[in-house]
Design a protein around this ligand. Structure first.
Ligand code: XMP
Length: 509
């Protein structure tokens, strides 16, 4: 069985980052809410307690049940996790009156402690807490300090239970990954064998077992997640996988034909369904962004449902859901569990009664890409920018008509092609164009024009949660703008969006 690390989440913004770091070490891990410790812990080799926005001193502080964990397997408390261990076992945690936010430097390291193997005095760490440990429980000793924090790290005597008040998972902690490696590999002795190849082998075996001879239907979107999910399933069950790729009329130019060809080239059993007119009809006169999303979601379900019903005896619905969509996050006040629905598929009507299979539900986006590479999917497909489910509809800032879609497709195509030609495509996380609901005056030859304005957007990001606009070269923007105005009828002005997220968003609607 897969050897596994348990991460108990107390609601910190950094919990997912801990998991990513552990996976970077090729070690598998799972995040669970602090109050849902699995009953069967036999596959877990070590536990990490995350940070939290709560204070251990508050009345409703989240308190985990560690009876089956502490002293029974290696345990590392991070920030709140460390403070909880101290307070629970008789030490003292108080509001801090010194600066304990930002960069600090390790001192008084007990160098023969395995947690600090290869980590030197003055190594930079990142602090982010307003409480501080004032005294340790009797059976606990200090193993490092910083200039302002005496109990920066500690260990329970004769036990592999550790606590650190800084955050090893954030980039600013220079030796953070080393410290996690020391804990997981040196102390917990977990093998570093969780690789994309291993994931593929195990998942294909599991899918074969789970699905057997049954039929599975999957909606392909052209994006990385659904593509990787489809290729994995194809490897497991071959022709029993029925893929449906819907053209909603809101895709990029040539996208439907190109991607469909690529899918067929990959041996996928895929049916392309051109439902553009149905979507245009559903969107007629709709201006409100949320209503656009709703109408598109409903139309998609209808089309998909129709198609799925044509496959006899289908038993499973496969989805490209990934880990950030399913992590159960806990609120400060307790176990309020929120699960994001997968917005590209939107959920199917209950009466379909299909069992859901989600082969990527434990992977982060970058891991999905690594798995895709392992499966031999073309780098062109794997490296594609994210594209929203509602497509160009949320980039046309007014009602949708096929003519407006055509204009925006042409503009977008020139922009994206140019990014590729200038070798900028892979340096940008996501790019696209918006058709604005304004006309501007221009001159072409001797004639006055009164035409549309488009905005170009290119952002850098890691997960879409925050983003920065990309400083594209002026020469590039100049060339793209000229091409758009010369070649796309109906557009006489191009602007570039220089807003970050937050406070703006990536899409304009
Ligand atoms: P925002 O505009 O919220 O976008 O900064 C963040 C990321 O999410 C994508 N996005 C969507 N994806 N359905 C989707 O499948 C949607 O309704 C939707 N809205 C935004 C956006 O393209 C960006 O990658």
């Amino acid at each position: 069985m897969q050897k596994n690390i348990l991460i108990l989440d107390f609601g910190s913004q950094y919990t997912q980052l801990i998991a990513r770091r552990v996976r970077e070490l090729n070690i598998y891990c799972e995040i669970k809410p602090y109050n849902k410790v699995p009953e069967d812990l036999s596959s877990f080799r070590a536990t990490i307690l995350s940070g939290s926005p709560s204070s251990v001193r508050s009345e409703d502080a989240p308190i985990p049940d560690l009876t089956q964990i502490k002293g029974k397997m290696p345990l590392l408390g991070v920030c709140y996790g460390a403070q909880h261990l101290v307070q629970y076992h008789g030490g003292k945690v108080e509001a801090s009156n010194t600066r304990e936010f930002g960069r600090a430097h390790l001192q008084n390291i007990i160098h023969d402690n395995p947690l600090f193997d290869g980590i030197h005095t003055n190594s930079q760490v990142w602090m982010s807490h307003s409480d501080s440990i004032k005294s340790l429980p009797k059976n606990v000793h200090r193993i490092a300090s910083t200039e302002d924090v005496e109990m920066a790290a500690f260990q329970f005597n004769d036990e592999d239970t550790y606590g650190i008040q800084f955050h090893p998972e954030v980039y600013h902690t220079t030796d953070g990954l080393k410290l996690l490696e020391n804990f997981l590999v040196r102390i917990a002795k977990v093998p570093q064998d969780w690789t994309p190849a291993k994931f593929v082998d195990e998942t294909v075996e599991r899918l074969k077992h789970e699905i057997g001879e049954d039929k599975v239907v999957l909606g392909l979107s052209g994006g990385v997640d659904s593509t990787v999910a489809a290729v994995l399933l194809n490897k497991a069950i071959g022709k029993n996988l029925y893929c449906i790729f819907v053209n909603n009329g809101l895709l990029r130019k040539y996208e439907f034909e190109d991607v469909l060809d690529q899918y067929k080239g990959m041996g996928l059993n895929v049916k392309g369904v051109d439902a553009s007119q149905k979507f245009y009809k559903a969107l007629q006169d709709v201006k409100d962004p949320e209503l656009k999303r709703k109408r598109i979601g409903n139309a998609f379900i209808e089309v998909f449902d129709d198609e799925a019903h044509q496959i006899e005896d289908v038993k499973f619905l496969a989805q490209g859901t990934i880990y950030p969509d399913v992590i159960e996050s806990v609120s400060v006040n307790g176990p309020s569990v929120t699960i994001k629905s997968h917005h590209n598929v939107g959920g199917l009507p209950d009466y379909m009664k299909l069992k859901v299979v989600e082969p990527l539900r434990m992977l982060f986006k970058d891991e999905v890409r690594r798995v895709g590479k392992e499966l031999g999917i073309s780098p062109l497909l794997i490296g594609r920018h994210p594209f929203p489910g509602p497509g160009l509809a949320i980039r046309i800032l007014e009602d949708i008509t096929p003519e407006k879609v055509n204009i925006l497709q042409d503009v977008d195509y020139i922009f994206i092609q140019a990014l590729r030609e200038w070798d900028l495509y892979d340096k940008v996380w996501q790019a696209g164009a918006m058709l604005l609901p304004v006309h501007s005056v221009g001159v072409m030859g001797d004639e006055r024009t009164y035409e549309k304005v488009v905005a170009l957007r290119a952002v850098e990001s890691t997960d879409g949660m925050t983003a920065d606009w990309v400083d594209l070269p002026y020469k590039f923007l100049q060339s793209v703008s000229n091409k758009i105005i010369n070649q796309v009828k109906g557009v006489n002005r191009v602007v570039y969006d220089i807003s970050s997220k937050p406070p703006s968003t990536i899409e304009w609607e």
